[in-house]
Design a protein around this ligand. Structure first.
Ligand code: NAP
Length: 242
C-alpha cells in the first residue's frame, strides 16, 4: 500500500491533491481541522477513483495533537509508512500592517510555519530510512512577490519557500525530495470573497485557476520520475508576474 497524507484535504486545493494522488494509486490520509462533512466528501471522491483512504482530524498548529494523531496511525500500521506528504493546510488573515492584530499574525504563522515543522518532522524519519519520500509544500505567489495586506501570509509562505530549499538539501541523498508549489489565484473557499472579475484583469490567462490545475503539478512532483527535482518552487498562476 502506498500512503500519502494531505493536510487540509477536506476542501479546495487539498481535496484536489487527495483525488489526484488517489488516481496515482495512493491510499490517502485526508487531514482536516473541523469540517468533517467535507473531509468525508473528499474521501468519497478518493474512492470514486478506485483507491481508498481515511480522514484524520488534527490541527496542524497543535504540536501535541498532530504528533499523537500521526503516531497513532504509525503504531496501527507498522508495515506501512507515509511516503508522500502534501503540506497544504493554510489560512489567510489579511490586514494592512498598521491594523494587524497579534492574533492574526500568530495564527497564520502557527498554521503555515509551525504546522510545517510538526507534520514534516513526524514523517521524515521513515522516509529517510526507506530511502523514498516526496514532500510538497503549498506556498503562494504572496510568498514570492509579497502582497500588500498580507505581511503575515507573505512571511509565512516566503519562510516555507526558504525551508523547502534547506530541507531539500538535508534529505536529497536519501531520495526524499522537497518542493513547493506556489499558486496564484485559485477558485476555492479561500478566495470566494475576492472580486474575480476585477482581479482577473491582472492575470495573463484572464481567469482564476482551478484546484485541479494545482493538483496536477503536485501529482507530478510526487512521482518517481520527479526524483531529480528538489528544492524548487513551481508557480501555477496563469502567467501572473512574480
Ligand atoms: P481552503 O479552501 O480555505 O481550504 C483550507 C483547508 O485547510 C481546509 O481543508 C481546512 O480544513 C484546512 N485547514 C485550515 N487550517 C487548518 C489547521 N490548522 N489544521 C488542519 N487543517 C487546516 O483553502 P485553499 O484555497 O484550498 O488553500 C489551500 C492551500 O493553498 C493553503 O495553504 C493556501 O494558503 C494555499 N494557497 C491558496 C491559494 C488560492 O488562491 N486559493 C493561492 C495560493 C496559495 P477544514 O475544512 O477542516 O476547515
Amino acid at each position: 500500500m502506498k500512503v500519502a497524507l494531505v493536510t487540509g484535504g477536506s476542501r479546495g486545493i487539498g481535496r484536489a491533491c487527495s483525488v489526484k494522488l488517489a488516481e496515482q494509486g495512493y491510499y490517502v490520509l485526508i487531514n482536516y481541522q473541523s469540517n468533517e462533512a467535507e473531509a468525508l466528501n473528499t474521501l468519497a471522491m478518493v474512492r470514486e477513483k478506485g483507491s481508498d483512504g481515511e480522514i484524520i482530524k488534527f490541527n496542524v498548529a497543535d504540536c501535541e495533537a498532530t504528533e499523537s494523531a500521526i503516531t497513532a496511525w504509525q503504531e496501527a500500521h507498522k508495515d506501512e509508512y507515509i511516503e508522500v506528504l502534501v503540506n497544504n493546510a493554510g489560512i489567510r488573515r489579511d490586514q494592512i500592517m498598521v491594523f494587524m492584530t497579534n492574533e492574526d499574525w500568530r495564527n497564520v504563522i502557527d498554521i503555515t510555519v509551525n504546522g510545517f515543522l510538526y507534520v514534516t518532522r513526524a514523517l521524515l524519519q521513515p522516509m529517510v530510512r526507506k530511502k523514498f519520500g516526496r514532500i510538497v509544500n503549498m506556498v503562494s505567489l504572496s510568498g514570492l512577490k509579497g502582497l500588500p495586506g498580507q505581511t503575515n501570509y507573505s512571511l509565512a509562505k516566503g519562510g516555507i519557500i526558504a525551508a523547502t530549499k534547506a530541507l531539500a538539501q538535508e534529505v536529497a541523498k536519501k531520495n526524499v525530495t522537497v518542493n513547493a508549489v506556489a499558486p496564484g489565484f485559485i477558485r476555492t473557499d479561500m478566495t470566494k470573497d475576492l472580486d474575480e472579475a476585477e482581479l482577473k484583469k491582472q492575470i495573463p490567462a484572464n481567469r482564476f485557476g482551478e484546484p485541479e490545475e494545482v493538483a496536477a503539478v503536485v501529482g507530478f512532483l510526487c512521482t518517481k520520475e520527479a526524483a531529480y527535482v528538489t528544492g524548487q518552487t513551481i508557480s501555477v498562476n496563469g502567467g501572473l508576474y512574480t
